[in-house]
Write a protein that binds this ligand. Structure first.
Ligand SMILES: *Cc1c(COP(=O)(O)O)cnc(C)c1O
Length: 382
């Protein structure tokens, strides 16, 4: 492994690497989350070693020199998703290129599988038999699928608004489902209490520092697919902040190992009804906790647990945070299907609605943008 240690994002404190590290919540607004650091010179040499075994892989372990594991895990193959061009949509904005990173092509149809692949590898090597997470659906379904494949027991804590579609997916994979009486934030707290009590392995992405390491491979693949060519904008829906925070880290790491020169500007999108990250980036007080409802369930997070990671990354690349309403998201979801042939889940379609907003503010003429289509599961399916 090329890991050199862990940095606590709340304090900047440097800690030695520990494969069992975890950030238990301590009641402060931002949990004491940890970030894995690497020897980038060594990683750059390893990544250029064309004889290395990982070079022939197409999943997240293609990036082994920048992952916190010794060897690829025997897990479902996550990553290696296509970057689909959408010329009909690009034209409307005057963009030179508009690319859709289609994460619905992962084993359980969501970007979450990248994190699960790394988490399950660690759970396996550390001898766990049970894994858990809190989730509006996708993270739990991902964990349930990977646990089914590996023969581990999955405990999924879901909010009371979780759709039948999503609960059916959990049961299909044989997960133990705990439906909370409250929202995602309450399900999260319940999962942490049960996980600590029973000694299960956690797939709660902000608190387990190794999961964002899997998610960042999404950025690595974009850089590789474009041969390091310039991308102006990378847009993703943000709830806890882990996904786009990880993607930002991925782009910085590609620059650190010499695979690209510039950082794209990240745009984090939230639903207008629940937008604590947008408000915080603008220096405003988030609204009252109970405010607002949105159909973008995968980002309906009132108390984001990886806000620091995300906001640091957005700032580092001169990016933006913005909010769109559910009507705009619904229109965007239809346009992705009818003009790009991509069926995105409601939450993921917020990226195209965000592109509309950007285009209203400035000319995107001749630029290149990537939308992260984080998932493709529809809630009306059975
Ligand atoms: C989890 C999820 C997100 C947001 O990720 P965060 O890490 O919570 O910011 C976006 N889209 C989909 C489909 C998701 O499942």
């Amino acid at each position: 492994m090329n890991t050199t240690g862990l940095t606590r994002l709340t304090t900047g404190e440097q800690l030695p690497f520990d494969a069992a590290a975890y950030a238990r919540e301590d009641g402060s607004p931002d949990p004491p989350v940890l970030d894995v650091t690497y020897d980038y010179e060594q990683a750059a040499r390893d990544l250029r070693d064309s004889a290395a075994e990982f070079q022939s892989r197409r999943d997240v372990f293609r990036w082994l020199p920048l992952l916190p594991v010794d060897a690829p895990g025997k897990v479902l193959p996550a990553g290696g998703t296509p970057l689909v061009s959408a010329p009909r949509l690009a034209q409307r904005y005057g963009l030179k290129t508009l690319l859709l990173k289609d994460e619905s092509r992962n084993p359980t149809r969501c970007l979450k599988d990248r994190a699960t692949a790394v988490g399950m590898t660690l759970a396996f090597t550390q001898g766990y038999t049970d894994v858990y997470c809190a989730s509006a659906g996708n993270a739990a379904i991902s964990l349930a699928g990977f646990a089914a494949h590996a023969g581990l027991t999955c405990h999924a804590f879901v909010p009371n608004i979780a759709s039948c579609t999503r609960i059916n997916w959990l049961r299909r994979y044989g997960a133990q489902v705990h439906v909370s009486s409250g929202n995602y934030d309450q399900a999260f707290t319940e999962s942490e209490i049960a996980g600590a009590e029973h000694g299960w392995y956690s797939r709660n992405c902000a608190l387990n520092p190794f999961l964002v390491e899997g998610k960042k491979t999404c950025a690595f693949e974009i850089v590789e697919a474009l041969g390091g060519a310039r991308v102006d904008w990378v847009i993703s829906a943000s709830g806890d902040g882990c996904t786009l925070g990880a993607i930002g880290k991925g782009f910085r790491e590609m620059r650190a190992v010499g695979f690209s020169d510039e950082l794209p500007r990240l745009v984090g999108v939230q639903a207008e009804a629940i937008q604590p990250l947008v408000q915080r980036y603008a220096g405003e007080q988030p609204g009252p906790e109970e405010a607002g409802q949105t159909d973008a369930h995968s980002i309906a997070v009132r108390r984001p647990r990886n806000a620091l990671r995300l906001l640091n990354e957005v700032e580092a690349c001169d990016g933006q945070m913005l909010a769109v309403n559910d009507e705009e998201i619904a229109t965007a979801q239809r346009r992705l299907a009818t003009r790009a042939g991509i069926v995105a889940e409601f939450t993921s379609a917020a990226t195209l609605a965000a592109l509309d907003r950007l285009a209203e503010e400035q000319s995107l003429e001749g630029q290149a943008a990537v939308l992260i289509v984080t998932g493709g599961r529809l809630d009306e399916e059975s």
